[in-house]
Design a protein around this ligand. Structure first.
Ligand code: FES
Length: 189
C-alpha cells in the first residue's frame, strides 16, 4: 500500500487538522507564564488527541488555495506545527536582498524556498532557542522587526523566510521535507 497521507483540511476523524496559532497559544498561554511555556509546550501538545492520528501519518497534503498573500496557516505534521505562509513579493524580495553578513545563520533566501515558488515559505514552527511556537502567521500577529515571526518567550525574531535575525535563538527555523505536487498543493513529508 502506498505511503500514508492525508489532506490537511480534514483529518481521519472528520476534524480539521489545520491548527491555528491561536489554538497552540491557548494551550501554551493557558499553561502558565511565557518562560514556563518553553518547558512544557511540546510534551503537552504532543499528547493531545487531535494530533494522534496525524502523528501516525508520514505525509500531509496542504491545499494552498485558501491562503492569500500575507497569510499563513499552521498544520500539524508528525506532531509538529508546520508554518505555511504565502509571502508577498515585497516580503520575499526583502529577504532575498538582505546581505548574508547581516545574518546569524547566513543562508540565502533562495535556498529556503522551492524554485519557481518563491512566494511560499514552509517551516517547522518551533523556535530554535527552547522550542516555543513563534507568532507571525496572521497579519495581525506581531512579526518582529524583520516581518517574519516573533517568539514571545525570550524575544527571538525571524525574517520572512524564517532566518533568525535576533537571538537568543541560534539558528534559523528548520525546513520540513516537502514538495509541490502542483502550483496549489504541497505534500509535507
Ligand atoms: S524559545 Fe526562547 S526565544 Fe524562542
Amino acid at each position: 500500500m502506498a505511503e500514508s497521507s492525508a489532506s490537511a483540511t480534514v483529518a481521519q476523524h472528520g476534524q480539521p487538522d489545520i491548527v491555528s496559532k491561536r489554538d497552540f497559544l491557548k494551550l501554551t498561554l493557558g499553561a502558565g507564564a511565557a518562560i514556563g511555556v518553553c518547558a512544557i509546550a511540546w510534551p503537552f501538545i504532543d499528547s493531545m488527541n487531535p494530533s494522534r492520528d496525524v502523528l501516525a501519518l508520514s505525509s500531509v497534503e496542504v491545499d494552498l488555495t485558501p491562503i492569500t498573500e500575507g497569510m499563513g496557516i499552521t498544520v500539524v505534521w508528525r506532531g509538529k506545527p508546520i508554518f505555511v505562509r504565502h509571502l508577498t513579493t515585497k516580503e520575499y524580495d526583502e529577504a532575498a536582498n538582505t546581505p548574508l553578513n547581516q545574518l546569524i545563520e547566513p543562508i540565502p533566501a533562495a535556498d529556503r524556498v522551492k524554485p519557481n515558488h518563491h512566494q511560499w515559505i514552509i517551516l517547522i514552527g518551533i523556535c530554535t532557542h527552547l522550542g516555543c511556537i513563534p507568532l507571525g502567521n496572521k497579519p495581525t500577529d506581531p512579526r518582529g522587526e524583520w516581518g517574519g515571526w516573533f517568539c514571545p518567550c525570550h524575544g527571538s525574531q525571524y525574517d520572512t523566510v524564517g532566518r533568525v535575525r535576533h537571538g537568543p535563538a541560534p539558528l534559523n527555523l528548520w525546513l520540513p521535507p516537502y514538495a509541490f505536487e502542483s502550483d496549489t498543493k504541497i505534500k509535507i513529508g
